[in-house]
Design a protein around this ligand. Structure first.
Ligand code: SAH
Ligand code: SF4
Ligand code: F3S
Length: 465
């Protein structure tokens, strides 16, 4: 996933900032926060790196391919940086995110024209690091886990994110799945206090957000002290967020099956703003592989959770992550994964070929699976998941669904929005409906999106509003 920040209105900035995010949604959120930190220094986001005064690449280390993207992009930026210098300007080139945390000085060894390498825990220190860059002869590398809380030192999120917004409430991971780099790049699990989350959510809504997605590498492990001094879990936090006037929809991602407690399942039944969609990575359907992965749950535990969720909220749609060819995975294990997928019926899913990450236990484990076998298993998994997604989308055809309109569609007169199940929906309608939730009759289902028409045609909107 690649995302660049949109330039706000009036970006005739003194200094031009280009931020590119790869990886998870937490990186997208962090990119916004880095822009917030740099705004008082006169930097405003632009939508391309040409002529920028500062370029930040916010990187992902999760799979080898994700990491390689960084070095191919750096090669391209080097030419732009040199062109800038030839004009008498300077482009500061910074590498942030999980590759920065994992590789540190390795990055500048391979790309000496990089000025700054900074890990995810140091974003609040960007102004100070930039001052060091302008004084330093060589590159500045900052990958410590500082003792202070970066969230306490970040300015209040300022730039509005739009109709749908992200809000990081939890960071880091203590689970140490055998294949995963996140515990090393993002550090130990940490939850932000409820009061800070509620205040940021209110600001997002004041800035136009109608849907807020709470983020965390283990978001459902969130726990904190409520404003009244009592211990809160995620279910309690969702209930408090749902009280914010104007906040129509709540989502949270990514959840771990082990932290999916009864209160959170009940929240899907009891809180209308909590959307009937859950991303719940299972990784494998084989107990042997799940044990090798150190996931701490069995296939049966996952299926029981799915049953409980469907009992609480019959229309809930599930999404997941699957890894094909984890070390030690046999053909029988792979078949068990296909069976689990068949039993659940996912509305959407992400599936990946196992990628050995240096320093993780699985990278050194015996039984590494051959590339060709991984390819074939992944193809089988993806064919099944694709068919399930198409069937799920098709099941909405002819139905009336509530759509949150998020922006203009691709064609003139068209609006783009989202169903409660996170499906993109297109319908003809006036731009005044952006930010509103309206009932839409689904007229066509495509593999990745839906098309529909407003139940109340636009000329009746003023009565329906
Ligand atoms: N915190 C989330 C996942 C974060 S990473 C969770 O616990 O599920 C997102 C997904 O990338 C993971 O769910 C996993 O499916 C995949 N992934 C992580 N490490 C991987 C690796 N080494 N090779 C292939 N896929 C990997
Ligand atoms: Fe990685 Fe596992 Fe932590 Fe998810 S729970 S971030 S997969 S170690
Ligand atoms: Fe990638 Fe780091 Fe997110 S490794 S998936 S950017 S936590």
């Amino acid at each position: 996933m690649t995302e660049t920040m949109q330039a706000p209105r009036g970006a005739g900035a003194k200094k031009r900032l280009f931020v590119q995010s790869w990886g998870c949604q937490m990186n997208v959120y962090d990119s916004h926060r880095m822009a917030d930190v740099l705004a008082p220094l006169g930097y405003a986001p632009v939508s391309s790196p040409e002529g920028a005064d500062m370029v930040i690449l916010n990187t992902c280390h999760i799979r080898e391919k994700a990491t390689e993207k960084l070095f191919s992009e750096l090669g391209r930026l080097r030419a732009l940086k040199e062109a800038r210098r030839a004009e008498g300007g300077r482009m500061i080139l910074a590498v942030a995110g999980c590759v920065a945390q994992a590789e540190g000085a390795e990055i500048t060894a391979r790309a000496p024209y990089v000025d700054l390498v900074l890990g995810p825990q140091s974003y609040h220190r960007l102004p100070e690091l930039l001052a060091r860059v302008s004084r330093a002869a060589g590159a500045v590398i900052e990958t410590e886990f500082p003792p202070e809380d970066k969230f306490d030192h970040l300015p209040e999120a300022s730039a509005p994110q739009g109709v749908t917004a992200f809000l990081t409430i939890q960071e880091g991971c203590d689970k140490f799945c055998a294949f995963c780099v996140v515990p090393y790049t993002r550090g130990a699990e940490y939850s932000r206090p409820a009061a800070a989350v509620l205040a940021e959510a209110r600001r997002l809504v004041a800035g136009g957000a109608r849907e807020v997605t709470l983020l965390g590498q283990n978001v459902n492990a969130w726990h904190g002290e409520g404003p009244e001094g009592r211990a809160w879990n995620l279910a309690r936090l969702l209930a408090a967020l749902a009280e914010i006037p104007g906040l129509a929809r709540l989502r949270y991602t990514t959840s771990h099956p082990r932290d999916m407690d009864a209160a959170l399942i009940a929240a899907h039944r009891d809180i209308p703003a909590v959307m009937p969609f859950l991303h719940l990575p299972v990784q494998s359907g084989s107990d042997r592989v799940l044990a090798a992965m150190n996931r701490g749950h069995k296939a049966e535990d996952y299926l029981r959770l799915v049953d409980a969720l469907r009992q609480a909220r019959p229309d809930i749609a599930l999404s997941t992550d699957i890894i094909a060819g984890h070390p030690g995975e046999t053909e029988a294990d792979h078949q068990a994964t296909l069976r689990l997928i068949e039993r659940v019926g996912f509305a959407q899913a992400f599936s990946f070929k196992y990628s050995a990450r240096p320093g993780t236990p699985a990278a050194a484990a015996p039984g590494q699976v051959e590339e060709a076998v991984k390819d074939r298993r992944l193809a089988e998994i993806q064919a099944l998941l694709r068919a399930q997604q198409a069937a799920f989308n098709a099941s909405k055809a002819g139905q009336e669904v509530e759509v949150l309109f998020t922006g203009p569609g691709r064609h003139p007169g068209q609006l783009a929005g989202r169903s409660p199940w996170l499906q993109p929906v297109h319908a003809t309608g006036p731009t005044g409906l952006i930010g509103a939730v309206r009932r839409v009759r689904i007229t066509a289902a495509h593999p990745n999106s839906l098309a529909g028409e407003l139940i109340h045609p636009p000329d009746q909107e003023k009565h329906a509003a």
